[in-house]
Write a protein that binds this ligand. Structure first.
Ligand code: 5CA
Ligand code: ZN
Length: 409
């Protein structure tokens, strides 16, 4: 699939710091030391509804990862998927009497528009589940032939017992895993499974549902976790730097993905760090397509809200915290944007070196965007109260805010 156009990333004086980031699997901070090409896989949308603030907040976090790496003069190999065939998408299409392909295409197109408007840098590889199927089938066959997968009434399940490291990503106990599995697309109560947690790798064709040639697996469609594994292994290989998504993906999705890959390759780890963004809520509940309590990026844009203000509203919250979207959050961002724009609209101002370093330091410290905003606030306040004589300083601050935070002033 094609992704979306990249906004320009202005060059900055000096160089950024290496990123220290919270890793779910160790529940601590790790200093990432990527090679000259940093590798990141971020789970993409299931395109059955528009991009809401929760999605936007999660993609904002991983856009910051990319910007920090670019500032260290590395290249970034960024891969993202689109789950363009899965149960929730098929269910929504059925409910609305719509063709599932048309629904997925329309919502993916809207996502691209939203990401472009928010200045999120595009992945180098943007891959749909459907286009990944020819690569998924041989992986499932290999797992089955190695005894890491088994058949149940034509469906194929992964055996979590096949990975000695199973459980190390989310570090949950069996009971918690079982509850989350039932909540998040698993089927722990299906009779005949070796372990209730075993996730599906290949669903045999069902009447009224799309299916594809599965070679020796028979016609069917892929399970959710193997989709991301196939795409990540194809474009990044084992041991890539960051696997990213919202905290609701830690289990089962990222746990199972890591186990699939580790069982397939005999190598460990799948990713060096598993990074999870907090959940954005509305009215006291997690914003979710299934609950319908949503604020869409596209709706705000249509209402005339500046995408830069939406982005500032996301940046005002630390990526790991759970937070609530409110009108006040947006209003504050609109006001901050106006203050910053006024401050950079003059040819000279207070020195820019310290503020650029403060933004760099804040982001390198587990993506502390709120601290970066405070640094720019201080500079803008100084500009307003005392001004300054450094010629070009406002231009440098403006470029830094664009390059490191994705906000065009
Ligand atoms: N297609 C799969 C991943 S392979 C999927 O989870 N799609 S999704 O559309 O449901 O979510 C896309 C991303 O947004 C995921 O990383 C998910 O964790 C994140 N996300 C969903 N809801 C929220 C929310 N309320 N707050 C923050 N992030 C969210
Ligand atoms: Zn995924």
């Amino acid at each position: 699939m094609y992704a979306w156009p990249a906004s320009e990333v202005p060059a900055l004086p000096g160089s950024g710091r290496d990123l220290r980031i919270h890793d779910t699997s160790t529940d601590g901070r790790v200093t990432l030391e990527p090679g000259p090409v940093a590798r990141i896989y971020v789970c993409g949308i299931t395109p059955y509804d528009a991009t809401h603030m929760g999605h936007a907040a999660t993609y904002n976090a991983f856009d910051l990862v990319q910007r920090v790496w670019l500032d260290t003069k590395r290249q970034v190999q960024y891969v993202q998927n689109v789950t363009d065939v899965d149960d929730p998408l098929l269910e929504r299409a059925r409910r609305d009497g719509e063709d599932w392909v048309g629904l997925a295409e329309r919502e993916t197109a809207l996502f691209r528009e939203d990401m472009t408007a928010l200045r999120m840098l595009p992945p180098q590889h943007y891959i749909g589940a459907v286009e990944a199927i020819p690569g998924i089938v041989p992986l499932v066959e290999r797992l089955r032939d190695a005894g890491a997968a088994y058949e149940l009434d034509g469906d194929v399940y992964f055996s979590v017992a096949a990975d000695p490291h199973f459980g190390e990503v989310s570090r949950l106990d069996t009971e918690a895993m079982r509850l989350l599995s039932a909540e998040r697309g698993g089927d722990p109560d299906r009779p005949g499974k070796k372990n209730p947690l075993d996730p599906i790798l290949w669903l045999a064709a069902r009447p009224g549902e799309p299916s594809w040639d599965g070679g020796t697996l028979g016609p069917g469609r892929p399970g959710w976790h193997i989709e991301c594994v196939a795409i990540a292994l194809d474009h990044l290989g084992m041991g890539f730097d960051v696997q990213g998504g919202g905290s609701d993906l830690a289990f089962p999705h990222h746990e199972m993905g890591a186990s699939h890959a580790q069982a397939l390759t005999g190598e460990h780890p799948f990713a060096r760090a598993y990074v999870h963004a907090g959940m954005v809520g509305l009215g006291g509940e997690k914003m979710s397509k299934s609950k319908g309590n949503l604020v869409f990026v596209s709706t705000l844009r249509r209402e005339g809200v500046d995408p830069a203000a939406i982005r500032l509203a996301l940046l005002a919250h630390h990526y790991r915290s759970d937070w609530e979207w409110t009108d006040a959050v947006l209003q504050e961002a609109v006001e901050r944007l106006a203050r910053w724009r006024a401050a950079v609209s003059r040819p000279d101002g207070p020195p820019s070196d310290a503020v650029v370093e403060e933004i760099r330091e804040a982001l390198a410290d587990d993506l502390d965007a709120p601290a970066a905003l405070v640094a720019v606030d201080r500079w803008a306040a100084l500009q307003q109260s005392a001004g300054g004589t450094d010629e070009g300083a406002p231009g440098v601050v403006s470029r830094a805010v664009d390059a490191l935070l994705g906000v065009a002033l």
